[in-house]
Design a protein around this ligand. Structure first.
Ligand code: NAG
Ligand code: NAG
Ligand code: NAG
Ligand code: NAG
Ligand code: NAG
Length: 449
């Protein structure tokens, strides 16, 4: 019976992959865009001294005291996920890519916004929601003399202030591009609650940043949106995107300052694992400790230096819905693939690595005429005892009569250092994820989102 279901699932997926091949140029661009454009691999950022600053943004906390929780929708966006937030007075709804790997939020801004080399630009520019500061009575420029200017700034001498009367400029760098503009202080609306003085980047120019829409930065640094708002907890459950152009949604919940997180979750089936302190080089990532990886019933013997971040910042596991496929250190990737080959090689023929364009190869098996019931499960075991068994469809993407493992090697992407495992959104589909910032832990459970 289970095999039947899997078969039906695969057939359903095959229809989608036909869609993929019909749109191969834009789709593979989007897939790879999602992988490579992840700001997770953003260049090093200056560590902020936000905590020491006695600043306006913290006023927002007292305003937010009475807020319990706020729910918005998280939508699929080709190979990524977006949420919409209302900025300005009157509110302007802006769509952002959700990113946990950065701590600076920005949106396309003004009628002059120009994104060159952005994937959907030519396809549907209307897709990009742009903020117009002149239509908001609450928009305030952040001056260079404001302390926050330096704190939100990346270390970028080309975009430093020349004098105090300038508006605070920025340029944020990502692996495939950058975005630049000026900081604004704006009001953010959650239903009837207005939170003033949220610092957000007003980008005038971007290049090579995915689809050209803004990033809402949910990283761990004090400049991130959760830090600015004093968020206690946020959670999501990603619906399967399957690279479709048609958005699908599920709830995205924020629990704001003033009300404790519900800690009586013992019966909810949620497993918890503590966040590990981020190494100094990657202060913005959410690190957790994977203690064991299994393929089928077999333990993959991953050397411990990969499982915990070292003093050099390398190693460990981060959770990143802003990345599409899970990326592993080359050695870890090889160990996992070798175990897959041992188990799948008995049933299916390995086909030469499928190059889906853009130099990224996936490991694939031909299951033509075979029972597709012998795809071993991938599981991560976490500190604290929880086990995350990835749903089958999170690990395999079928293309016609072959199925490809959706795990990528960091080396193949040209990433030389950093976390050993970046758990991307593809592997988080249909898993409820709760970022309990108050108790510094990740909660998770399998769920149809
Ligand atoms: C957008 O930016 C690119 C790169 O800087 C430039 O070549 C192009 O002329 C700009 N387009 C517009 C409409 O300003
Ligand atoms: C400060 O910068 C502004 C904007 O670039 C410029 O107009 C002004 O002349 C500068 N003032 C001084 C004293 O350099
Ligand atoms: C807390 O969570 C438990 C278990 O999910 C639920 O039964 C209870 O109603 C929740 N309490 C509040 C105040 O939300
Ligand atoms: C991807 O696979 C193709 C065909 O097997 C091969 O020629 C190419 O070198 C591979 N690329 C990488 C980055 O491994
Ligand atoms: C998969 O195997 C079938 C049957 O042997 C063959 O016809 C087909 O071309 C193969 N597909 C690929 C992509 O190798």
């Amino acid at each position: 019976m289970a095999k039947h279901n899997l078969h039906r699932l695969l057939i359903a997926l095959l229809h989608l992959s036909i869609f993929l091949s019909l749109n191969s140029s834009s789709s593979s661009g989007a897939i790879i865009g999602g992988v490579l454009n992840s700001p997770s691999f953003a260049t090093s950022q200056t560590k902020s001294q936000w905590e020491r600053a006695n600043n306006a943004a913290y006023e927002s906390l007292s305003r937010a005291q009475s807020i319990n929780s706020f729910q918005t929708a998280i939508s699929t966006h080709i190979s990524s996920y977006t949420i919409s937030l209302d900025f300005g007075t009157p509110p302007q709804p802006i769509t952002f890519l959700l990113d946990l790997g950065t701590s600076q939020t920005w949106f396309p801004c003004t009628n002059d916004y120009n994104c060159s080399g952005c994937h959907l630009e030519s396809k549907n520019p209307a897709f990009i929601t742009t903020f117009i500061p002149t239509q908001s009575t609450s928009a305030k420029d952040l001056d260079c003399k404001n302390q926050l200017c330096q704190q939100f700034h990346e270390d970028d001498s080309d975009f430093a202030c020349d004098n105090d009367s300038q508006v605070c400029p920025y340029q944020f760098h990502y692996v495939t591009g950058s975005t630049s503009g000026f900081f604004l202080s704006e009001t953010l609306h959650f239903d009837e609650i207005n939170i003033p003085n949220v610092i957000v980047g007003c980008s005038i120019e971007s290049s090579g940043v995915s689809t050209g829409i803004g990033y809402v930065a949910f990283g761990r640094e004090p400049t991130s949106l959760p830090s600015q708002l004093g968020v206690k907890m946020f959670s999501y459950c990603l619906v399967a995107h399957k690279f479709s152009d048609t958005p699908k949604t599920s709830p995205f919940t924020l629990v704001l300052e003033g009300v404790g997180v519900n800690n009586s979750n013992s019966d909810s089936g949620i497993s918890y694992t503590p966040f590990v302190d981020s190494p100094a080089r990657f202060p913005t990532f959410y690190y957790v400790t994977v203690t064991k990886i299994t393929v089928g019933d077999v333990d993959v013997q991953v050397p411990s230096q990969y499982l915990v971040p070292g003093p050099d910042g390398n190693g460990g596991t981060v959770i990143e819905p802003g990345t599409t496929f899970t990326v592993m250190d080359a050695e870890v990737h090889q160990l996992v693939l070798t175990e897959y080959e041992k188990q799948m090689g008995q049933y299916y023929r390995r086909v030469g690595d499928l190059d889906l364009g853009n130099q990224v190869n996936f490991t694939c098996y031909n299951f033509s005429g075979q029972n597709p019931g012998n795809f071993p499960a991938l599981s991560f075991y976490f500190e604290g005892g929880g086990k995350m068994e990835f749903p089958m469809t999170d690990n395999f993407e079928p293309y016609s009569d072959v199925v490809c493992l959706t795990l990528l090697s960091a080396k193949a992407l040209g990433v030389q250092s950093g976390p050993s495992i970046t758990l991307g959104n593809y592997q988080q589909q249909n898993i409820y994820m709760e970022f309990d910032l108050e108790n510094q832990r990740l909660g998770f459970k399998e769920q149809i989102c």
